[in-house]
Design a protein around this ligand. Sequence first.
Ligand SMILES: C[C@@]1(CC(=O)O)c2cc3[nH]c(cc4nc(cc5[nH]c(cc(n2)[C@H]1CCC(=O)O)[C@@](C)(CC(=O)O)[C@@H]5CCC(=O)O)C(CC(=O)O)=C4CCC(=O)O)c(CCC(=O)O)c3CC(=O)O
Ligand SMILES: NC(=O)C1=CN([C@@H]2O[C@H](COP(=O)(O)OP(=O)(O)OC[C@H]3O[C@@H](n4cnc5c(N)ncnc54)[C@H](O)[C@@H]3O)[C@@H](O)[C@H]2O)C=CC1
Length: 151
Amino acid sequence: MENKKSFFPLFIDLTDKNCLVVGGGNIALRKVKNLVEYGAKVLVIAPAVLPEILELNVKVEKRGFEIEDINGKFLVVAATDNESLNKTIVDVCEDKNILVNNITSKTYMSARFTAHIDDENYQIAISAKGKPKESVKLKKDIIEYLKNKKD
Ligand SMILES: C[C@@]1(CC(=O)O)c2cc3[nH]c(cc4nc(cc5[nH]c(cc(n2)[C@H]1CCC(=O)O)[C@@](C)(CC(=O)O)[C@@H]5CCC(=O)O)C(CC(=O)O)=C4CCC(=O)O)c(CCC(=O)O)c3CC(=O)O
Ligand SMILES: NC(=O)C1=CN([C@@H]2O[C@H](COP(=O)(O)OP(=O)(O)OC[C@H]3O[C@@H](n4cnc5c(N)ncnc54)[C@H](O)[C@@H]3O)[C@@H](O)[C@H]2O)C=CC1
């Protein structure tokens, strides 16, 4: 059933949207950077937070996740290394119609992050349906294609 889940491709304006990233490790860092780049207001909650995250324009609370933390959020990223906690975060967000991404699953979430290209002419977002290595490979091929097209 989970494997048959389909994800509608959509480009969303995140400017000033309240987003929560639960987790402060390597993958959280990548997710936070992406959200900040697109103008989101990001709150990071985790007991351990990488120094690179502290340097970004985000709010940080060094503590464990609590369910009330999702209140009023537009998008939540479950970015801990605890698979069952990430699933719980997805469940509580789904209950409240809050978009939610989960870094420890291919399908258990309502929103996936994509490999993307954002240049002066195009925004191209790629998903290989849960297989990020394939997405990154295709992204590189498309970048090459666009470069050659210009020459
Ligand atoms: C489902 C999804 C959910 C989500 O996170 O949104 C997901 C899930 C998982 N990723 C895993 C692994 C890695 N992911 C990356 C990188 C990226 N992952 C991204 C997206 C997604 N990853 C979503 C699906 C995308 C799609 O549909 O195609 C990208 C595209 C976007 C982004 O994250 O911003 C970004 C590249 C950005 C870019 O470069 O352009 C790397 C490489 C690296 O970290 O350098 C590795 C290590 C690979 C290795 O070494 O094998 C694991 C296994 C963990 C394990 O097995 O331990 C899971 C969980 C699982 O598979 O169960
Ligand atoms: N989706 C993706 O793109 C990828 C996902 N992964 C998966 O992501 C997992 C995490 O990877 P990293 O970020 O490198 O791990 P990490 O160990 O660097 O970070 C884990 C973070 O989770 C936080 N955390 C743990 N319990 C918490 C709680 N109760 N409340 C709030 N925060 C809590 C920790 O404080 C820490 O900041 C890996 O186990 C792996 O399975 C790995 C590569 C890519």
